[in-house]
Each structure stands twice: as C-alpha cells, then as structure tokens.
Design a protein around this ligand. Structure first.
Ligand code: NDP
Length: 611
C-alpha cells in the first residue's frame, strides 16, 4: 500500500498498514508492562543454589599490599587493559590494574556459555590489533578468541606484572591533604594513587528474576555467565554431551539466550525455551578471515576502518562501506531515505519523524519475513515475531537460532508474563507446568542501579562527597570524564560521552584521552585536575538537550533494560551524550589542539590554572 507523509503528502510505498502496526506494538507493550520494573530481579547470591563466585580460576592467597603509586586502574576488562596500554605508551609505568576476576577480559572472562560470540565485526571490536600484530580468525570472533586477545594485550604491554586479580575494591576515598586517592580492597590492600581511572563495565552483576519457588527446585540451575560445564559437558564450542538424557529449560531470549539456544537444542534430550519477549534476530553471515586480505592490510588500517564504520553509524558520508554489516545498513535505513524519491532532509521535521517510524516498521517486517521463511510451524513462527521498534531492545544476529525450533525436541514456551513459578521438578508458565532437570537463566545483568550497588563501593571525593549521592539524578561530568568534587578521578566507562554500537572503540578513545592527561600531569608537576563547575554544568545541560528524541523513542518501547524495564528514567543510555560519535571525538581532538585544557582546573604546588 501507499501511505502519505502527514505534512508534505510525500508518498511512501510499504508492505503493511502503519496504523495497524502501531496499534499492535501498543497492545504487545501493554501485555508486557509490569508494575515492577527493575525490582523484578535479584542477584545470584539471593538464590540458595546459585553462586556468583569465579568458576574459571582457583582462589589463591597473597599478602596485602600497601604502597604509593601514580595510577590505580579499577577493572581489568578491555577498558582497564586499554588504560594500561595507553598509559604505557605515554611512558607511565607506575600503575596497577585491580580486577575481580582471575584474569583480564571482563565480560569475556565471565561469559563462556556455548555459542558466545561478539555481534560487532572482530576487525573493529578487538582493540589494538595493529599494536599486537594480530588479525582475528573470522569476521565475528567467538568469546574464547576475544578472551585470548585480552590476554594478548596483557602480555604485550606487560600488564600481568602488576595486576591484582581476584581482588575487589571496597573503598575509594580522596585524601585532600595528600592529593591522593586511597583505595582499599577485600585483600587488605591500601593503595594510595594520584589518579584513579575507573573501567568497571556496565553489565557486571548477573541477575535472576524473583520467581516464587526458585529455592524449591531440586534440579540444576545456573546463570549463563557462570556456565556449569561439569554439569553439561562440552565447551563453548558445543558438544554438551552430558545433556543428552536431560530436559533443559532456558529462560530468556536476549542476545545471550539467542546464542546459547542452538547449542542446547543440538544436545539436550528436550529443550524448553521460555520466551517473555521475542528478540529481533537478524542474519549473522560469519566467514573466516581471508588470508590475502589480512596480508594486504597497511599501517593505520584499523583506525581507518573504525572511522569508516562510525561514519555509517552516525550518518557521515563515505564512498565505500568497509565493514558492510547489519549495523552499517541499519542506521542509514532508519532515516527512510530509500523509501522515497525526494531528499528526506528537505522534508518538514514532522515528516522526517513519520518517515523514520515507517522505515523502522519496514525493517521489522523484514525480520518477520525471515522468521516465516526459516520456521516451519506457522504457530511457532508467529510467537517468535517481535512487535516493537527495531532498536527498542538490543538486536541479535544468528543463523541457527530460528532453525532450532524446527527440531521436535525444542519447544517454544511463550508468555508475556514470563515464568510464574518454579517447583521442585520444573517451572510454571501461563498456568502450565513443565518438568525439567535443569534451568539455565539467560536473564541478563543488573542495570539502572548505581555503580555503588553493582560494585559494592562508592567514590568519596573532596569533603566526603559521595558520588552515589551526587549522581543520584544523573551523572555530572565534563565530557563524560571528570567530575567536580572528585579530583583526578577519570571515568572510562559509559558516561556523558557519545557512544554507538562499538563499546571497545569508545573505551579505547577514552583510555587514550585519560592517559594523555595523566602524562601531562606528570610532565608538568600537576597535582590535581578537576572540571570547572560552570563548564561541567554547561556539558550536563548540553547532554540533557540531546536526550529528548531518545527518551521519546524508548518511552514507547516494550520493556527491556534499554528503557529501564519500562521506567525510562532509569534507561541504560540515559547519561549518553546523544551526538555523532565522530563529532564528539573531533571535538576532543580540537580540545587537545587548543592546548588550554578548556573547562579543567589544573593545580600544582605553586600555581593554580583555571581554564
Ligand atoms: P538481556 O537483559 O538482554 O535479556 C534477558 C532476557 O531474560 C530477556 O529475554 C528477558 O525477557 C528475559 N527474562 C527476564 N526475566 C524473565 C522472566 N521472569 N521470565 C522470562 N524471561 C525473563 O540479557 P542478555 O544476557 O541476553 O544480554 C545482555 C547484553 O549483553 C546484551 O544486550 C548485549 O549488550 C550484551 N551481549 C552482547 C553480545 C555480543 O555479541 N556482543 C552477546 C551477548 C550479550 P524480556 O525481553 O521480556 O525482558
């Protein structure tokens, strides 16, 4: 049919009636809305049979450390590794990385479930490829290869020498008299550092739904981030041979569940996939790295690829699409330009918004068609169809997931209310009891809470200022790095900086910026650095102004962690400065070229310089 845009009347040819789709989205959203939003979840330690401890490394003893150092890096995932790498490249060696796990890798250390893989092209996702002389083995790397790369960075930059593994930070306090942070850990360490770079990561704390009866279950339960291979057999590559006589339920069909289901389907005697909301499942199209292409790469190739990738995600023109993946097609498609004959940018704003909505529906229509083509049973295919805006929830990409439902041993159990209860022998969904031997929770990670709740420590700045309290109604930073009242503290994770899709690129740029600042302080005998309150307020206001469109989009979405499970005030991206990531980093480059450290106050024993 043809629909007309509301103001200009521009015709748009579509395969569906947008009014009907809009109504269906609203209906499905209402069915999924719960009174409880983020409170519907609990931590692993709240459930008797679950254990959040480290299954991958044996505990070890060491003596507590008391020392002075230049930089403490909190977290040893890619953020911490990149901080270590860039500090080293800037000539700074007096630092330690403090990490909860038994090795580097962060999310790739913990998540070793079958099928774990990154949805961002490996040649842009894996950082420091040129520096470490590595080219990934395939277009989308498996978790094991990504974890190995984290270890490679650790070895290449000699970061193992000073890293403190299996160590949890318990307090971080600014000592004004000494211009030092005092960091204490659960190992009894007391580290006094001039700078703290925090790279804790947003998805660290696994969560389980508060389901009645969960402690009564007599079978096996575990969360995907603590996969129990002793129970299932096999490895992340599959062959879960101990499940061949087992009935297994997996709860959750987000990015993790989608990756694990094909492996469980292959080996379990019976598999029940408990789906509350279906995910968007786009094509994977993985392939091995072409050795001729790898050999042809010239110096500077990875940064050029990053720039090309980001250009497509942020609407900047490029003649050639180097990555040519679903993300680079998705973002341009969302403008709807391909659906009309006139330049979309010439249309009134109302029409641009209406066109973007239709373009989004068109993408979802294609996702539905893919399901119909892959899933033989029409009733099952229908239940697998997501009814919400394409980026309401994190899209998944997989070429085996939908086909798994063609096996007679795989049962899709779909109910918008999710799991009602757990019994000694199984679980209850929509009033029906399913007998199972094991339940796998692919139910994600705590979001929407403060980092203090997720990591168990607060950042206490000047005059006892608590970051938890100060940020209770949103972050307050200059450019997503520094915050007034917390001198020499740099946030390397997701904050009021721009970000889209490739998390490690953001971490790399943030780490580079932070390392240069630390090097400048060292060279110029600067004792403390802090943003000027006016510059910070202006950035916080500018960030808020960029939020409007995103908040409006997520407010209409079916609940998920992107929109705080329906409470948009606690959405996952709420602090993000919503401008082109290319424009943001160009701005930071100009800030360095300007050389005046605009917006920061740099103190040294004899001079205080406010810029
Ligand atoms: P998510 O939070 O995305 O998904 C959790 C799933 O559990 C959802 O399907 C949710 O349903 C379901 N769920 C929660 N409570 C219940 C309940 N009571 N009954 C039934 N179902 C329930 O977690 P994931 O671990 O899948 O993914 C987290 C993030 O990790 C991803 O969004 C992505 O950013 C990252 N990730 C990245 C990968 C990559 O390739 N780079 C791979 C895997 C993960 P509902 O949708 O209804 O809330």
């Amino acid at each position: 049919m043809t629909v007309k845009l509301p103001v200009s009347g521009t015709p748009v040819a579509v395969d569906f009636d947008p009014a009907q789709i809009r109504e269906r989205y609203a209906r499905e959203r209402t069915a999924r809305l719960k009174r409880e939003t983020l409170g519907q979840f609990q931590g692993l330690s709240d459930v008797l049979e679950l254990d959040s401890s480290d299954p991958w490394s044996a505990p070890f003893e060491r003596e507590p450390i008391t020392e002075e150092l230049e930089v403490a890096v909190l977290g040893g995932g890619f953020g911490g590794l990149l901080a270590g790498a860039h500090l080293t490249q800037n000539g700074i060696s007096d630092f330690r990385i403090i990490e909860q796990g038994g090795d580097f890798g962060g999310t790739w250390y913990w998540n070793r479930y079958p099928g774990v893989q990154c949805d961002v092209e490996s040649y842009v996702y894996l950082p420091l490829l040129e520096e470490t002389g590595y080219v990934p083995s395939k277009r989308y790397a498996d978790g094991a290869e990504i974890f190995e790369h984290a270890q490679r960075i650790g070895r290449h930059f000699d970061l193992y020498r000073t890293a403190l593994f299996q160590t949890n930070v318990t307090s971080v306090e600014w000592v004004e008299a000494d211009d030092r942070w005092e960091i204490r850990t659960d190992r009894g360490d007391v580290l006094r550092a001039q700078f703290v770079l925090r790279a804790n990561g947003p998805l660290n704390k696994p969560q389980i739904p508060r389901v009645p009866g969960i402690n009564e279950f007599e079978g096996k339960i575990f969360h995907t981030s603590r996969w129990d291979y002793d129970y299932t057999g096999g490895s992340a590559a599959g062959d879960l041979d101990k499940l061949r006589d087992k009935r297994v339920a997996i709860i959750g069909t987000g990015a993790t569940g989608i990756q694990a289901v094909p492996f469980l389907a292959q080996d379990a005697k019976e598999l029940f996939v408990i789906q509350r909301t279906p995910s968007v499942v786009g094509p994977r199209d993985n392939r091995p790295t072409d050795p001729a292409w790898a050999a042809s790469l010239e110096a500077g190739w990875q940064e050029a690829r990053h720039h090309n990738f980001l250009s497509f995600l942020n609407g900047h023109h490029q003649d050639e699409n180097l990555v040519d993946d679903i993300w680079t097609h998705l973002f341009p498609s969302l403008s709807g330009q391909h659906l009309i004959d006139v330049p979309a940018t010439d249309l009134p704003v109302e029409d641009q918004i209406a066109l973007a909505e239709i373009a989004d529906m068109q993408l979802m229509y294609e996702i539905h068609q893919r399901i119909d083509a892959e899933v033989k049973d029409p009733a099952t295919a229908d239940k697998l169809k997501p009814w919400f805006g394409f980026v309401c929830k994190r899209p998944a990409f997989n070429d085996e997931y939908l086909d798994a439902f063609n096996r007679s041993s795989v049962h899709l159990v779909a109910a918008p209310t999710g799991v009602d209860g757990i019994t000694a022998t199984g679980l209850v969904v929509d009033g029906q009891h399913y007998e199972v031997d094991a339940i796998v929770f692919a139910t994600g990670f705590e979001t929407g809470s403060t980092s203090t709740e997720r990591y168990g420590y607060d950042i206490v700045g000047r005059d006892g200022l608590s970051m938890r309290e100060r940020f209770a109604d949103g972050a307050k930073t200059l450019h997503g790095f520094f915050s007034h009242g917390f001198p020499n503290f740099v946030e390397l994770g997701l904050s009021q900086n721009a970000y889209v899709v490739n998390f490690t690129y953001m971490l790399d740029r943030k780490a580079r910026h932070a390392a240069r600042i630390v090097a400048h302080a060292q060279k110029n005998a600067v004792t403390s650095i802090e943003p000027d309150p006016t510059a910070q307020d202006e950035w916080v206001e500018a960030t808020k102004r960029t939020e409007e469109l995103r908040l409006a989009y997520f407010a209409g979405c079916t609940p998920g962690y992107y929109n705080g499970q329906g409470d948009v005030a606690r959405g996952f991206f709420n602090d993000v400065h919503n401008i082109s990531e290319i424009d943001f980093w160009n701005m930071i480059d100009r800030w360095w070229e300007d050389g005046s450290f605009a917006g920061l106050t740099l103190n040294s024993p004899s001079i205080t310089t406010t810029h």
